[in-house]
Ligand binder design. Structure first.
Ligand SMILES: NC(=O)c1ccc[n+]([C@@H]2O[C@H](COP(=O)([O-])OP(=O)(O)OC[C@H]3O[C@@H](n4cnc5c(N)ncnc54)[C@H](O)[C@@H]3O)[C@@H](O)[C@H]2O)c1
Length: 438
């Protein structure tokens, strides 16, 4: 394919070298004439292992060329990759000046082109940027609507500097944010030689994945550092601890605990986190990441309460209030806190949880229920139907299998607040249903 790459920094020059190695004909564009000269002299404009060789081979075989002229690059390619920088302003705001400028140049060049052209953005941009900022600029400059003479997509890059060429050829997936659909096949063809699952998603999902990735990577580094700081003060080998930690691919390094939903609770997580924080403070350590966890958890309980409050109804039915399905353990259940706040604010609350009811009858957790939450015990119903009758808002609190059919049983007037994503098919979302963070 004939590809133009706008912005010949790390992402652009690695993409150029690797795409040429895959057999594509690549024309690189940069506003910096020195970078263009360096490439045309068969050298790499950035220090990256192996890139010199790829660029040198590409230039010698005629597959790589560089220019400062956007119109030339658009005329000589079918698809353009935008890889310009997206730096931070002093206040943290994402600065899209370079993306906007390059889109104006590409748009103006498209006016003189009759063949269909695809533009795909590889620069990191916040969700909504492509639709709200990039497309209007392109349409204005190109004097045509997206979908007519050109298509747009978002295709984030996951390379790490230092191992960029390996990462380009072995990404976790090829992710394409689609706008209209017809552009997707052309973008996917570009990566036909890369062995990775192809994921085609809405534009904003592709934009957001990149931020979720980088935020998580930053969180991992700081988490490991804080654990390391505690270990050092105690004469514990942090590498031994974290090596063992990383061996747990069931809970630690897995998708477990990585689904958005309600607050955590239970008999271990809150207690152990408090103990570790207190211990760290006695060791005179600051643990900003670990310290932020419990306030974040409290905030999620407030989010749940706000969803109920905003509906303006006073009769609330709660289905499931142990901290997770298949347990009767109510210790530090965030749902207990939610229920107590609702009661305190004068809501009429009914609650149902089969496991808690059984515990209450059979005595397993009976003492706890009668001693700690007698005010909730009096609100307990013996069936889902009893909760549904007369409740204006139904809150799904855990994923007990018996709650799944409830969505079909509620009346048109009842509202469902889902804290656990019991609804698989989010296309069905309507005003009657609301998820806590979806
Ligand atoms: N560096 C990484 O490891 C990495 C990894 C993944 C994603 N990203 C994202 O990719 C984007 C690019 O990052 P980078 O590190 O390659 O940036 P960079 O700053 O190294 O390079 C950007 C290049 O764009 C050029 N440029 C600016 N305006 C231009 C224009 N109008 N026309 C042509 N060229 C123009 C600049 O001269 C520069 O050479 C950023 O959004 C970044 O967040 C970076």
């Amino acid at each position: 394919m004939k590809v133009s790459v706008f912005g010949l920094g790390y992402v652009g020059s690695v993409s150029m070298g690797c795409l040429a190695a895959l057999g594509h004909e690549v024309i690189g564009v940069d506003v910096n004439p020195i970078k263009v000269e360096i490439i045309n002299a068969a050298q790499s404009p950035v220090i990256e292992a192996g890139l010199d060789v790829l660029i040198s081979q590409g230039v010698k075989t005629g597959r790589i060329k560089a220019t400062t002229s956007a119109p030339e690059a658009i005329a000589k390619s079918d698809i353009s990759l935008i890889c310009v920088g997206t730096p931070s302003d002093d206040n943290g705001n994402l600065n899209l000046t370079y993306v906007e400028r390059v889109c104006r140049e590409i748009g103006r060049a498209l006016v003189r082109k009759s063949d269909y052209h695809v533009i795909t953005i590889r620069s990191t941009m916040l969700p909504g940027s492509t639709e709200e900022q990039v497309i209007p600029i392109l349409e204005k400059a190109a004097k045509q609507q997206v979908g007519q003479g050109f298509g747009i997509s978002f295709n984030p890059e996951f390379l790490r500097e230092g191992t960029a060429i390996h990462d380009f050829h072995h990404p976790p997936f090829t992710l394409i944010g689609q706008y209209m659909g017809q552009e997707v096949k052309i973008v996917a063809d570009l990566y036909a030689g890369v062995d990775a699952p192809l994921l085609i998603v809405p534009l904003k999902v592709a934009e957001m994945v990149k931020y979720a990735n980088n935020a998580f990577h930053a969180l991992k580094v700081t988490f490991a550092n804080e654990i390391g700081n505690i270990c050092k003060r105690q004469g514990v080998d942090s590498y031994q601890v974290m090596d063992i930690f990383c061996m747990d691919e069931k809970l630690n390094l897995s998708s477990y605990y990585l689904k958005p939903g309600f607050a955590f609770g239970g008999s271990c997580l809150p207690k152990d986190l408090r103990a570790l924080l207190y211990h760290g403070h006695r060791l005179d350590l600051k643990l900003p990441v670990l310290e932020a966890i419990l306030p974040s958890n409290e905030y999620q309980i407030k989010q749940g309460l706000d969803l109920i409050r905003q509906r303006g109804y006073k009769k609330v039915g709660i289905l499931g209030f142990s901290f997770k399905a298949d347990t009767d353990d109510l210790r530090e259940s965030p749902l207990v806190e939610l229920i107590e706040t609702l009661i305190g604010k004068g809501y009429q609350v009914k609650v149902y949880d089969k496991n808690v009811s059984l515990a209450r009858l059979h005595g397993a957790n009976r003492a706890y229920i009668e001693r700690e939450i007698p005010h909730i015990a009096t609100l307990m119903c013996t069936s889902i139907e009893e909760v549904l009758t007369g409740s204006e808002v139904i809150v799904i609190g855990n994923k007990a299998p018996e709650f799944y059919p409830v969505l079909q049983q509620v009346s048109q007037e009842q509202v469902i607040i889902d804290l656990v994503r019991i609804l698989e098919d989010v296309d069905r979302l309507d005003a009657q249903y609301e998820g806590i963070c979806w």
